[in-house]
Design a protein around this ligand. Sequence first.
Ligand code: ATP
Ligand code: MG
Length: 367
Amino acid sequence: MIIKKIRAKNFRNISECEIDFSPGVNLLLGKNAQGKTNIIESIYIFSRGRSFRAREDSDLIKFGEEGFNIGIEYEDFKGEGSLEYSLYGRERQRKKNGYKIKRVTEMIGSFKAVLFYPDDLGLVKDGPDKRREFLNIAASQCYGSYMKYYSDYKKALENRNALLKLINKGFFVDRAEIESWSESLSEYASFIYLIRKEYLKKLEVYSKKIIIDISGGREELFISLDSDILIEDEERNIIKEEYKRILRSSIDREIAAGVTLFGPHRDDVKLILNGKEARLFASQGQQRSIVLSLKLGEGEVIKELCGEYPVFLLDDVLSELDNDRRRYVLEGSKNKQFIISSCSGDECKGFTDREIDVEGGRFVIKR
Ligand code: ATP
Ligand code: MG
């Protein structure tokens, strides 16, 4: 799929802009603090449902303005489409092909993009929440129902935690109420668990191959879900019963802690490189290779499950990669749309189809 055009008004430092993209490699070229990441951020909102770096949407409104609106035109194998998103005061509006849509999930399912930005380089070493977030975003692009299960799970989790906290503080709570939340939690957890397992199995196939390519066959990567489920079974009811059993048997510990200690909200993604846990033993270069393989792999899984590549958004990461890895990424850009941001452009010389100068929130196509 490709993005053909973006329009933005009063979004971050952009007063008004309209940019036409090439279906190939697009380079956003500009000095620091000119608006390169801002435009990538605006595009990615259509894929993720919200910004990858703002605390809240109101942070996206240009300082001193009332609101913002952004819109994209894209093309996929089904044809052309458009998405719009705006926020004025408390009024939020999402539109698809000119018609209002209620749910953010309708937007997420329509436009698919993979973002790779400098913060991702911490995916291997940082805490599990970062890998969980990666997994949630990646899975929600491929499995339409995932986000719904996940948000239902989180709501049930909040309710169960509130009850645990009350008991912890000495209040009376009917245990049947806790049981009922454990039931819902286990139901959603079983769906989330199975989707995550399946997703990572697919991702492993591609990421493994990418690591082999980058390292000349020296590195071997295994990816798996690190969860509370220790039985090997793919029957959803059995997984659900297992979650129920775990919650039942750990209720005293959970009351003492005042929170739910087990479930998908505590999962991690296990990355094993050459037989050793990457989080603990991978070198800087190896970590970069793993992250690169996860990001490019994310794109391959979307291609496998949805029938076409997503748009690749590379925000300032090429300069963080060494020559070999950078070449690998750029040579893989055939049949894919890339939107790359850079301060110098040196790192992708000879590979770009369109160059866009970025200065003070304005965008001018140079080539
Ligand atoms: P770098 O190369 O350093 O990453 P960049 O071109 O990616 O730079 P952006 O992150 O896009 O820079 O930010 C451009 C400018 O937008 C920054 O000066 C930032 O302070 C400004 N900015 C951020 N939020 C808003 C806002 N809500 N209103 C106005 N300006 C904003
Ligand atoms: Mg930037």
